[in-house]
Design a protein around this ligand. Structure first.
Ligand code: SAH
Length: 219
């Protein structure tokens, strides 16, 4: 089976640790379906105080992440993986994430993700090594780590072998440009509300029709 290699470049690797241990992503790592490594950009700052940011040329608010420490982190990843991963930067200026982007990126075998902080990253670094910028929505967060987790979560759950059955996600909202039908579980009556009769009928054809009818088209 093909392993999906993911290298994350960040100033806060600890944000990823919990997610890497629990739930579906934790299991995918344990089962060697994905190989996820986080790299502390500060470790690759060669200057005296391991400085990773500096003032913006031309003035303006806040600090900018310097190009060189990120460049060196990526050089390290390239050597460790013996190839150049497809590099995605989380950015509010990128394409807004959707199922189409996810279906395309899940076909890569090696990706790297760059998480920005402060006011962003020196544009020359972005021009030189970043392949694609992805946003998780039209608003600004304090860092790329939460966007990276959102992005990784949605990619990882669609990889072969991660969910118990591929049908789990193929029937879900957005996969076929539909929004999934409502769902119910036990008990059959809760707060006087009954589960739709058809779902208890055992008639597979009727159940299938009901589900189709209750799924909304988003074309
Ligand atoms: N000054 C920048 C915002 C920097 S926010 C601007 O106005 O465009 C700091 C970092 O958080 C960014 O470099 C990016 O990595 C991350 N980030 C913030 N909002 C994001 C979003 N909606 N999607 C993806 N990443 C985001």
């Amino acid at each position: 089976m093909q392993i999906f290699n993911i290298d994350v470049m960040t100033l806060f690797p600890e944000i990823f640790s919990l997610t890497m241990q629990i739930g579906i992503i934790g299991r995918a790592i344990k089962n060697n379906i994905i190989n996820l490594k986080c790299h502390q950009i500060r470790d690759f700052a060669k200057n005296k105080h391991r400085r990773v940011d500096d003032y913006p040329f031309g003035g303006g608010e806040g600090m900018i992440m310097m190009a060189e420490p990120i460049f060196q982190t990526f050089e390290h990843i390239k050597i460790a993986r013996q190839k150049t991963p497809y590099l995605i930067m989380m950015s509010p200026k990128g394409k807004v994430l959707n199922q189409e982007i996810i279906n395309r990126i899940r076909n890569f075998q090696d990706i790297a993700i760059l998480c920005g902080r402060y006011e962003g990253i020196d544009q020359r670094l972005i021009d030189e090594i970043v392949d694609e910028e992805i946003s998780i929505g039209n608003y600004v967060l304090t860092g790329g780590e939460l966007p990276a987790l959102v992005f990784l979560d949605t990619i990882i759950r669609t990889l072969p072998g991660v969910l118990s059955s591929e049908n789990s996600f193929k029937h879900e909202s957005y996969y076929n440009n539909t929004l999934e039908h409502p769902q119910y579980t036990r008990p059959q009556i809760w707060h006087n509300k009954k589960v739709p009769e058809v779902l208890l009928s055992g008639n597979h054809k009727e159940i299938k029709n009901w589900k189709k009818q209750k799924s909304k088209n988003i074309d």
